[in-house]
Design a protein around this ligand. Sequence first.
Ligand code: 6OD
Length: 484
Amino acid sequence: MIYTAIYTGRDEEAVVLTHFIGGEPVGAGKAFPVHDPVTGTVMRQVHEADPEVVDRAVRAAREAARDWAALPVAERAGWLRRLAEGVEARFDDLVVAEIADTGKPLDQTRTLDIPRGIANFRAFAEIAAQRPDDAFHLSGLLSYTVRRPLGVVAAIVPWNLPFLLMTWKLAPALVAGNTVVVKPSEHTPGSAAVFAEICAAAGLPAGVVNIIFGYGSAGQLLVEHPGVDAVTFTGSTRTGSEIMRSVADRVKPISFELGGKNAGLVFEDCDLDRAVEGAVKSVFTNGGQVCLCTERLYVQRSIFEEFCARLASRAQEVEPQPMISFDHREKVLAYYALARSEGAKVLTGGSVPAFGDHRDSGYFVEPTVVTGLSEWSRFNREEIFGPVCHVAPFDSEAEAIDLANGGEYGLAATLWTTSLDRAHRVAQRLEAGLVWVNTWYSRDLRTPFGGVKLSGIGREGGLQSLDFYSAPTTITIKLEQPDA
Ligand code: 6OD
């Protein structure tokens, strides 16, 4: 429980958050501050991993790798279940830590962020334990595959869903037999630090999970370390391509889930109440800071005016959520200004909310809906990652598909229609890794998850995750044919 004081209070002088390496807290590297997004004040100090710390973490992971890989998969699945129980036991501490770093709503943190961590461990335990091996027979040849872990995986985790995404990477990497070094975002070390305590309390073998804190520079040192065998990263496309360059010489396997500029298509045959509520959720959840959030809405012309009016009115009821940092808020506000300079009509929002209390020094922006911009405007082409969308009309299904497929990203798309035929027809033509129909961000953890175009490389989820975190060896045996 060594970290709990700083999560629950403002005791930043008492403790500097430490790395977790080889099963031990490691207080090395200079300290850096983490700000509370709700008030903008410094909330805690955290040790920053320098080259020595990174090296120590990778070595610890390597030392643990052989024994961990040698465990039967059922035993590793058992460890995942124990970690899930550990998360349940520390549920409230994780909620507090996650909210302290992000300013997320309590309800979301209790129903999405932390429960998904538990689900990630349980789901991958099941999927791995039940996976059959492949076998092939051909003209006297028997071939089968065995899957081996990659070794040491670097998991670079973003700040928007810190616990959900850390566990999304950890669970399959571990159950596939890898050891892991996690580098959470510099903005959100809290839930990872509680998780370090959970690993220690569960008695997880030392070095199987290691957690180091720091900025992108620490992540860079980690992915470049010759002792790291593979990299999983969720974050911006720009950082993804930087990582790709860094690991190119050693041709390390990478799995990237990157940015999005996701489209929502609202057809005149939709259930309008449901579509408006779905749009509110898909645009404003987590302050729009989810790579799956909708930033471009296309609405059939016959219902365009009504939809816009209803969405704008509902947006005014949405409780603003802070952006993760001062810089990120500046970025989002710059896009609000850009929308105006590009000629947008702002239907609601577009500014900074005034609360008249401590939140006025935090990183809030207003939920915002704009319209009137061309498809070629920067606002409609670049990922903003805030509580904002542009709404444009369309006339035909074909035009809607073209609009949705415009642009350089291809992560997620959402359709609102009551026509079963249209749902299938349109969904299958959208250039996106994920298409939701009459829902948004509904997850089955067994399904492939990831994007096309600038939105990523590879798929995680279910067997795809297990495939990424392991490599098959094909063994072929010549079977002697009995004489005829
Ligand atoms: O829910 C998930 O499994 C997932 N990978 C979400 C990613 C969200 C990115 O912002």
